[in-house]
Design a protein around this ligand. Structure first.
Ligand code: RFL
Ligand code: PHB
Length: 391
């Protein structure tokens, strides 16, 4: 087998890269170790930045998102029993976010790739990358019981945080930056009407809580929890009583409750691997960096990476230009570190840290008070949340 770009991972990064390259007339093959049904059913992100939405529309994969996604012009920050609206659109010259589930984006991208004759190999096992220091790299894998080798000109490592591509870069050639947070998120899906027209990020002495949504019938909500906790310790009534306590306002607000159809616990970390390139291997998305979900940046960063990467790969494969490939890591990392800072800042402002240090608590409330009363400070939140312009 031979192709121009071998892509490991059919997440948002890998699928979108394949689609962008196809639009430039560049061939690629995507190798994914899970099944199509599994990737199309994994519940993850929900918030798309304005730039992500604009890109998906511009490349012809935004139709269902426009019909079924919900455009939100603001978010609420809730603390001390009161809500404070951040008017995202007013503060950013009309930009907004769209709530549309990541697995729906995945379904749309898979459908677009297959309709265009794209090659996605699902259930590819034992994927490994070879020859990235030379000019004839390849990817070996197993499929339908056979060993296969895919010869390519360039390789994109879009295989997420637990993938194999990052570790194909020799340890001496990469630097990793990590922060692990002492808490996790307990995520639920509930069959209930929306509790709020906009997302609610809540700071509370019992811990952070987030009210998000998926559709008029299905809601996504999160509670700060111990990252080592077990969902078995959380019967529905305990979950709802915790949401009621953390989300309560002085004027009696309460969430709409319904049957809980999914529960999971998510660890929280910040992570960056530098550089994003080694020879002919290029990392993009969660394979290269992780943010805690508080800023809703992970999927959007993956999109921004592959937008830069697709241009660089196209310039190289069409015109033999090396300059954009040489700049890819530096260009992408500028946005990555901005998003790392924003996600860390939102996380630190909104969560309870072990020890309940009263000094830190006062600092958090001072910061929240400032963000919700100062237009320049609110603008900082808003422009990062809707997404800074792509370079
Ligand atoms: P993905 O989505 O992890 O896709 C990687 C793909 O590679 C496959 N793979 C392999 N394939 C072949 N061989 C191997 N050895 C392989 N190893 C792995 C995997 O099966 C998978 O299909 O990475 P990608 O494409 O970089 O996309 C990143 C995003 O998925 C991630 O950043 C977001 O989900 C983060 N995130 C959010 N981001 C947002 O922008 N907005 C949000 O609102 C938001 N909310 C969230 C989130 C992540 C969450 N979790 C569960 C971590 C909420 C949550 C709860
Ligand atoms: C989600 O809807 O899953 C979601 C929303 C906002 C976040 C993270 C996740 O910050």
């Amino acid at each position: 087998m031979r192709t121009q770009v071998g892509i490991v991972g059919a997440g948002p990064a890998g699928l979108l890269l394949s689609h962008l390259l196809h639009r430039e007339g560049i061939e690629s093959v995507v190798l994914e170790n899970r099944s199509r049904a599994a990737i199309e059913a994994t519940i993850r992100a929900g918030v798309l930045e304005q730039g992500t939405v604009d890109l998906l529309k511009a490349i012809g994969v935004g139709g269902r998102m426009e019909r079924e996604g919900a455009v939100h012009h603001g978010i609420e920050l809730r603390f001390d029993g009161r809500g404070h609206r951040i008017d995202l659109s007013d503060l950013t010259g009309g930009k907004a976010i769209t709530v549309y589930a990541q697995h729906e984006v995945i379904k749309d991208l898979v459908a677009a790739r297959l309709a265009a004759g794209g090659n996605i190999v699902f259930e590819a096992g034992d994927v490994s990358v070879h020859g990235i220091d030379g000019t004839t790299p390849s990817i070996r894998f197993r499929h339908d019981g056979e060993s296969e080798e895919l010869a390519c000109e360039l390789i994109a490592g879009c295989d997420g945080f637990h993938g194999v591509c990052r570790s194909a870069i020799p340890q001496s050639a990469r630097t990793e930056f990590t922060r692990v947070y002492p808490f996790g998120w307990f995520g639920i899906l509930t069959q209930a009407p929306p509790s709020s027209r906009e997302l609610i990020y809540t700071h509370h002495s019992r811990g952070f809580a987030l009210v998000s949504t998926r559709s008029p019938e299905l809601q996504r909500m999160y509670l700060q929890c111990d990252p080592h906790d077990d969902v078995a310790n959380w019967p529905d009534e305990r979950i709802w009583s915790e949401f009621r306590a953390r989300l309560a306002t002085h004027d009696g607000w309460a969430p709409h409750e319904g049957p809980i159809i999914q529960k999971n616990i998510i660890a929280m970390r910040s992570f960056v691997c530098e550089p994003l390139r080694h020879g002919r291997l290029f990392l993009a998305g969660d394979a290269a960096h992780i943010v805690p979900p508080t800023g809703a940046k992970g999927l959007n960063l993956a999109v921004a990476d592959v937008r830069v990467l697709s241009r660089a790969m196209t310039a190289f494969l069409r015109e033999g230009r090396h300059d954009l490939l040489d700049e890819y890591s530096q260009t992408a990392l500028r946005r990555v570190w901005r998003a790392e800072h924003f996600s860390w800042w939102m996380t630190t402002m909104l969560h309870q840290f072990p020890g309940n240090d009263p000094f830190q608590e006062r600092l958090q409330l001072a910061e929240l008070g400032y963000v919700t009363t100062s237009r320049p400070k609110a603008t900082t939140l808003a422009e990062n949340y809707v997404g800074l312009p792509l370079e």
